[in-house]
Design a protein. Structure first.
Length: 732
């Protein structure tokens, strides 16, 4: 018994917390809470005046103190200290319960794992229960942007009119994903990133309290690596403390070893190679750094920092002299300020790409090559679009005048067929002139057309079967005239009067520009998202660049709502700004509605089959007004009459006929009505000789009826297939 009593108690290892948890602020005092003065002042004034809101929205990057501030607000609102300026006191029962984690009325919800409507319904049912210990019950919802839309809709009424004892604090890093109806019900506070001096000063305070030795250069490097996140900086300091230090403590070399960064000499070697236009030396410096274990992304960030420092020194930015050391400043005369701006942009884009590549340090090597080519005026890489040669403008080709020559009663003799497929021109005369040169027709009369049309049609034989007329009915909504009609979208705004004219690219340059745009489309969408246009970013997820028309970038989207929104003036101005910055040249933007097309629609169209289609007119109304657009980069002239595009197959299958002329009159069908008496028409005035064209052999009776039917529909401007009477062979 005594032996058991004398046995020593087992040793229990004390719990060790990470530094960022140990030094989480417990009061609003400046000694503990670093930065964010605009938020601290507002909250302390609200506590002093008793004007606490029912809901707060804390937004900002990670590690800027959103959740810590929410806990401090809960402590201060429930603190029992009589002096409001000294709340939270961390001594009363309410403060101690919150600090020790035993407060039942402080509820923290992780929206990433409790994002459904069931969790919100449970919260809504329990929110009316009075608090058990504290004066107010606080609900802190972290990463609230991950809640579903249904959950937010179920939570709106409770958020707008909660019971007096309930307070909500919503914390998020992506406020643009929140519903506007949610954000409007909260007081919003935006947390800012911490500056490098501010971060280094706070790290110095922690080192003094923990007994850690660290140089100022090391703490500054940690602050830069944290990119404004105090939690990341303290975590990195904790890692360096565990890494082990020599007699000098945490030095700059220690930070580089842990981060996998290169030394200043490696960065200067790359900068010197670019300054000397030596591609081989630059690639060798990158390879040497990679073989030494330096991370390519970290090395690219160091090059960006060096070039940025040179850029600041070149333009004498006030208060930024510390970014450029003496060794870097000595290389400033070797660069022009404009070159520094382009080089900084080039390597910053490379740093972004290195995070999503599987090719190691290859993008960094290519960036060195592009940088040298940029300085020597030889850059043709998509990464450096600003150095492309000037694009010559495309001279507009005047449209050929429409032929008004009627069909002659005695056309010239048809030349013997040859092995080469000729091209025929079908001349459709005005309806009023046809009866003088043909017998009376049994088809219904048609209204006269304004002028005859010359429709170029290829009669090259086709290996496929001939199309039936009922297969042509779906394309009767095309207008009869041969004209290029732009899609019915919102017109482009006129260019400013003082704007410099932009040369339109030719076929090859337009294709190259379109390829560049597709390569950078993901980056462009991210830039739109960073501008705060979350709705525009969502619309661009279903939008792709389709073609280039002069200085106009044509985007295609899936729905009319997307097209209407992206063509709004403010959205289009934003897209033009972002795309212009990404492509490094002024461009205008227009969005069109994507429509599925049949396989035969690409015949005779331009590049990629993107010839504009005529806008369909509403039933009972006229055709919609076409919108003028820039010239279309096309390999062949557009043909707007889609029925004629399919005519070669039909004509090439016609049987030979002894008659050399093409008769467009229809003979009696099996259900034909009695033939009316022929109407006498005045003899037309003599016309100039018709242009030499290839006549097509006369077709069989059924095909002639179908061709006459097609001609009548075009003359009558019947654009809707539902308005057209059936073909003769469809009556049975």
């Amino acid at each position: 018994m005594n032996a058991e009593a004398a046995a020593p108690a087992p040793y229990v290892t004390p719990a060790i917390q990470t530094l960022y948890r140990v030094y989480r602020p417990t009061t609003f005092d400046a000694g503990e809470f670093v930065g964010q003065e605009h938020i601290i002042r507002t909250l302390r004034s609200a506590i002093r005046q008793g004007r606490l809101a029912h809901a707060y929205l804390f937004t900002g990057p990670r590690g800027t103190g959103k959740t810590s501030t929410a806990r401090l607000l809960a402590k201060a609102a429930n603190c029992l200290h009589p002096d409001p300026d000294r709340r939270p006191c961390n001594r009363c029962n309410a403060c101690l319960a919150i600090v020790e984690g035993r407060a039942l009325d402080l509820i923290e919800i992780d929206a990433a794992s409790n994002r459904g409507i069931d969790e919100i319904r449970d919260l809504r049912d329990k929110v009316n229960i009075p608090p058990a210990q504290l004066t107010y019950r606080f609900y802190i919802i972290d990463e609230c942007h991950q809640l579903t839309t249904a959950a937010w809709n179920a939570f709106l009424k409770t958020l707008e009119e909660p019971p007096p004892h309930a307070k909500f604090v919503l914390c998020t890093t992506e406020p643009e994903k929140l519903l506007d109806t949610v954000a409007s019900r909260c007081q919003r506070f935006d947390f800012r990133r911490y500056g490098v001096p501010e971060t280094a000063a706070h790290l110095r305070t922690i080192c003094e309290r923990e007994g850690l030795a660290a140089t100022d250069e090391a703490l500054t490097a940690i602050g830069r690596q944290a990119t404004g996140s105090m939690r990341d900086a303290i975590t990195l300091l904790d890692t360096l403390a565990s890494y082990g230090t020599g007699g000098d403590g945490i030095t700059l070399d220690t930070v580089r070893d842990v981060l996998g960064a290169g030394s200043d000499e490696r960065v200067l070697d790359i900068v010197d190679a670019i300054a000397a236009n030596d591609i081989g030396a630059g690639i060798a410096a990158v390879n040497a750094a990679a073989e030494a274990g330096v991370e390519p992304g970290v090395l690219a960030g160091q090059v960006v920092a060096a070039l940025r420092g040179l850029l600041y020194a070149a333009y004498a930015v006030p208060g930024q002299a510390a970014m450029t050391d003496a060794a870097l400043a000595a290389r400033l005369p070797q660069f022009a300020p404009a070159d520094l701006a382009h080089l900084t942009k080039l390597f910053s884009q490379t740093e972004f790409r290195l995070k999503h590549t599987a090719y190691g340090h290859l993008p960094l090597e290519l960036a060195v090559v592009d940088a040298v080519l940029l300085r020597t005026g030889q850059a043709h890489s998509p990464t450096v679009a600003a150095t492309l040669p000037a694009m010559p403008a495309i001279a507009p080709t005047p449209a050929a005048p429409l032929s008004t020559t009627p069909l002659s009663a005695s056309p010239p003799a048809m030349p013997p067929p040859t092995s080469v497929a000729p091209t025929a021109t079908i001349l459709v005369a005005p309806v009023a002139a046809i009866p003088a040169a043909r017998p009376a027709s049994t088809s219904r009369p048609t209204r006269p057309a304004a002028a005859a049309l010359a429709l170029p049609v290829s009669v090259a034989p086709d290996d496929g079967p001939a199309l039936r007329p009922d297969q042509l009915r779906r394309d009767r909504n095309a207008p009869p005239a041969v004209a290029s009609v732009a899609p019915s979208v919102a017109p482009l705004p006129p260019a400013p009067a003082d704007a410099e004219p932009v040369a339109a690219p030719d076929d090859g340059q337009a294709a190259h520009l379109l390829e560049q745009l597709n390569d950078r489309w993901g980056h462009i969408k991210q830039m739109v998202k960073m501008e705060g246009k979350s709705k525009a970013y969502a619309m661009l997820l279903d939008t792709t660049p389709q073609e280039v028309r002069g200085d106009v970038v044509v985007l295609t989207t899936i729905g009319p709502h997307h097209c209407k929104y992206l063509n709004e003036d403010d959205v289009r101005a934003l897209l033009e700004k972002v795309i212009g910055e990404a492509m490094e040249q002024p461009l205008r933007v227009i969005c069109e509605l994507h429509s599925p097309r049949s396989p035969g629609d690409d015949e005779g169209s331009g590049t990629n089959g993107n010839t504009p289609r005529p806008s369909r007119s509403p039933r009972g109304g006229g055709a919609s007004t076409p919108v003028a657009s820039a010239p279309i980069v096309s390999a062949a002239p557009p043909v707007a009459v889609s029925a004629i595009e399919r005519a070669p197959r039909l004509i090439s299958s016609l049987p030979p006929s002894p008659s050399p002329s093409l008769s467009l009159s229809a003979t009696a069908t099996r259900n034909a009505a009695p033939t009316p008496e022929p109407v006498a028409f005045p003899t037309p005035a003599p016309q100039p000789p018709a242009p030499q064209s290839l006549a097509v052999p006369a077709a069989s009776e059924a095909v002639q009826v179908q061709l006459q039917r097609m001609s009548n529909l075009f003359d009558a401007q019947i654009l809707d297939p539902r308005d057209a009477p059936p073909f003769p062979d469809e009556d049975s």
